[in-house]
Design a protein around this ligand. Structure first.
Ligand code: CA
Ligand code: CA
Ligand code: CA
Ligand code: CA
Length: 307
């Protein structure tokens, strides 16, 4: 038996993708050759050849945005905005790439990656796309989120002469609060609030991982000066809300959410002026956010009946 080497010569086709060698007598495929690396090598060496194209593709912007405050165990939506451009000279060219999002050890991010397509990307006509991912904190405080976008020409005959602008990253710091249990009007289940006047008593409870809360919380560690009371939207998306009316917490064994039992450990009884809470007759929920003395954010809510 002898090995033999044959050479198959064919015209150069810059759009060729695969070469299939068939054994016609046997009716079978002998081999399939990917021509793209050969085309790419040829055009890299001869970018001015008439069969080849030159287009500097670039990821020109990548921005990431998220709500100012998330909750441990609850996903927030992070928005990734990407703009890509063809800086020429040849135009238009089809391009593709990926948008990838990752978090540090305190974050889970889904989905982690999107395949991106930018068809007929032309000079002077950048293309935008927006992707969203869900990020969930597994610990309170700050976590690092990072996104990356890249672009590459689809055709092997298109040479991108500048590699440094083919990829861009964007980072974001997410802040997540420990979910806590608030009890509006401890000892009363109706939780009626006069929206026009009065000082509203509430208890922020010291809890274990109970009442559906993912982590334990010691309410006696609250930094009273950081407390804000208001609607969920006002507290999670802006820095609004009413402060603690006396600027201090009252450590006291207050009522559990059933408004009947006391469990023996100290909670934080707090107060806020009702007319500063931003409640309307349609509001069904009053919330609190703040920091512990060691700077850990927390957030919790209870139902209310404004009148
Ligand atoms: Ca480029
Ligand atoms: Ca109550
Ligand atoms: Ca407790
Ligand atoms: Ca207690």
């Amino acid at each position: 038996m002898m090995d033999r080497t044959d050479t198959l010569t064919m015209p150069f086709d810059a759009d060729g993708a695969t070469l299939v060698v068939d054994d016609q007598q046997a009716g079978s495929t002998l081999t399939t050759v990917d021509l793209r690396p050969a085309v790419h090598d040829y055009c890299s060496d001869n970018p001015t050849a008439p069969e080849c194209l030159v287009a500097d593709l670039a990821v020109t912007t990548l921005t990431t945005s998220a709500p100012p405050l998330g909750l441990v165990g609850t996903a927030v939506t992070v928005t990734l905005a990407t703009t890509v451009a063809n800086l020429g000279p040849d135009t238009p060219v089809d391009a593709s790439g990926s948008i990838t999002a990752t978090g540090d050890s305190g974050l889970t991010v889904t989905p982690g990656s999107y395949a991106a397509r930018w068809p007929a990307l032309a000079t002077g006509s950048p293309q935008d796309r927006t992707d969203t991912v869900q990020a969930t904190c597994t610990k309170p405080g700050t976590s690092a989120f990072s996104a990356m976008a890249d672009i590459t020409p689809d055709a092997a005959k298109v040479i991108d002469p500048v590699a440094s602008n083919n990829q861009r990253t964007s980072t974001l710091t997410l802040t997540c609060a420990i979910p806590v249990q608030l009890n509006v009007r401890p000892g009363e289940t109706k939780n009626q609030v006069n929206v026009n006047s009065g000082v509203l008593p509430m208890a922020i409870l010291s809890t274990g991982a109970e009442y559906g809360l993912p982590l334990p919380f010691d309410a006696t560690t609250i930094d009273a000066g950081t407390l804000r009371f208001g609607t969920r939207d006002a507290l999670l998306t802006s820095s609004g809300g009413a402060p603690e009316a006396h600027g201090r917490i009252h450590p006291e064994d207050s009522y559990e959410p059933d408004d009947k039992t006391k469990d023996g450990d100290l909670d934080a009884v707090v107060h806020a002026r009702s007319d500063r809470l931003g409640l309307t007759p349609a509001t069904t929920e009053l919330c609190v956010r703040g920091l512990t003395t060691s700077g850990v954010p927390f957030f919790g809510c209870d139902h209310v009946v404004p009148r």
